[in-house]
Design a protein around this ligand. Structure first.
Ligand SMILES: N[C@@H](CCC(=O)N[C@@H](CS)C(=O)NCC(=O)O)C(=O)O
Length: 215
């Protein structure tokens, strides 16, 4: 959504309510057979995987400078690798920390799942902290959707037992991302969705939510 806002694209959103099982409904699975969010539908074509969406938007809206593509196959491939790293390493590790019950149904094992994910994520966060040394953004001078994606991870981890204190540059980057007008607009829309979920008693409870609770 931040990419769409940065590009000033026209779009509609539809809430996928986990606790109601929306992401496993036949309608949703016909768009995204993985049963996960997000899904983006453009001109009747359904695009899954957040990394594919980010790369798609960067290509369709080059003037928005969503990713630092320069048209050189090799350097563009390196940018794509960083985007995919966010969705294949950072995102799943955040998921393991927030919802270990999705990966282990033995109560005594859940804390171990969380601990292992924290160890792996700490390695990723160290890399991010080092990259931000050439900042102010992940790719240097140019802000990108990777900064937004990483900020989502920070937001999700804030208040958990994952120690964020060794990453002051990352903390600073997160604060700057929150001030981008595109992000402010997205957060306002998200807040409306959260309020609606609360009012309708459909908010996910991270302690009790499990793969079967929505079905
Ligand atoms: N690789 C996917 C992962 C998406 C993902 O894990 N989404 C989570 C929410 S953050 C989800 O929908 N989980 C539901 C489930 O696993 O059943 C992407 O990057 O789009």
């Amino acid at each position: 959504m931040v990419g769409l806002e940065e590009a000033r694209a026209e779009y509609d959103t539809e809430l996928v309510v986990y606790v109601r099982g929306d992401n496993k409904s036949p309608e949703y699975l016909s768009l995204n057979p993985n049963g996960k969010v997000p899904t983006m539908v453009v001109n009747g074509v359904s695009i899954t995987e957040s990394s594919a969406m980010m790369i798609y938007l960067a290509k369709v809206f080059p003037e928005a400078k969503l990713l630092p593509f320069d048209g050189q196959s090799e350097t563009d491939a390196k940018v794509i690798a960083d985007v995919i790293w966010c969705s294949t390493s950072i995102h799943p590790n955040v998921f393991h920390i927030r919802l270990p019950q999705f990966f282990c149904d033995v109560p005594s094992g859940m804390e171990r799942v969380r601990e292992m994910a924290k160890e792996r994520l700490a390695q990723d966060f160290r890399q991010i902290e080092d990259r931000l040394g050439n900042g102010p953004w992940f790719f240097g001078e140019q802000w990108s959707l990777v900064d937004a994606y990483l900020s989502w991870a920070w937001f999700r981890l804030n208040g958990t037992s994952f120690d964020l204190t060794p990453y002051p540059r990352f903390a600073n980057m997160y604060d700057r991302v929150l001030k981008r007008p595109s992000v402010e607009r997205v957060l306002a829309k998200e807040q409306e969705a959260y309020d609606w979920l609360e009012r309708n008693d459909l908010m996910v409870n991270f302690q009790t939510f499990s793969p079967s609770s929505g079905n």
